[in-house]
Design a binder for this molecule. Structure first.
Ligand code: GAR
Length: 191
């Protein structure tokens, strides 16, 4: 069976959605979730879903040899960043070419880059009076939010929307599309 590893830093609602999707489908499984935050909500979600989850600190992550070996041992077909906020070290990118993907809550290249995550993205979209926003799923490279785009989906921003309601619309797009895009990538030749 195809193996997915998820890296997440926060609440983990996307991680939960992906885990549940593949539990139901049976076409792949999330073998483990890793987080860089001890208090991340994703840990509690994984406990509830009976999915293995691990915390790692900055030292473990930047000792890339160790981390690469750990991940290699899990033999992942895809490494999925679902709200993961640390930059991926070059050694990890080299060890897993075309294997690490990220979801970003805007229509990249708009509202990407260092410091642009979660609510900050939606506030900027609101402040700039954008009429649409959306999600971008992309391969990860050495720069924040700059890897090749795999998929985008849009939603309208109404004048009455605030950052919270924009976040809700964007999350809905994420829940709808992210697991399906992952499934498609896993079905592709060579994955
Ligand atoms: C998601 O909206 C994801 O797109 C975003 O963080 C949120 C995590 O929510 N990622 C970024 O902003 C990355 N730059 P979740 O923890 O509930 O899945």
């Amino acid at each position: 069976m195809k193996q997915i590893v998820i890296l997440a830093s926060g609440s983990g609602s996307n991680a939960e959605n992906i885990i549940s999707f593949f539990k139901e489908k049976g076409s792949a499984e999330v073998s483990a979730v890793f987080t860089n935050k001890k208090t991340a909500g994703v840990l509690e979600r994984c406990d509830r879903l009976k999915t293995a989850a691990f915390y790692f600190n900055r030292t473990a992550f930047s000792d890339s040899d160790g981390f690469v070996k750990l991940l290699k041992g899990l033999n992942p077909d895809l490494i999925v960043l679902a709200g993961f906020l640390w930059k991926i070290p070059t050694s990890l990118l080299k060890a897993f070419p075309n294997t690490i993907i990220n979801i970003h809550p805007s229509l990249l290249p708009k509202y990407g880059g260092k410091g642009m995550y979660g609510a900050k993205v939606h506030q900027a979209v609101r402040e700039n009076l954008e009429s649409e926003t959306g999600i971008t799923i992309h391969y990860v490279n050495e720069n924040y939010d700059e890897g090749a785009i795999i998929f985008q989906a849009k939603t309208r921003v109404e004048p009455s929307d605030d950052a919270d309601s924009i976040a809700k619309k964007v999350h809905e797009l994420e829940y709808e599309h992210f697991p399906r895009v992952i499934e498609k990538l896993l079905l592709k030749d060579g994955k």
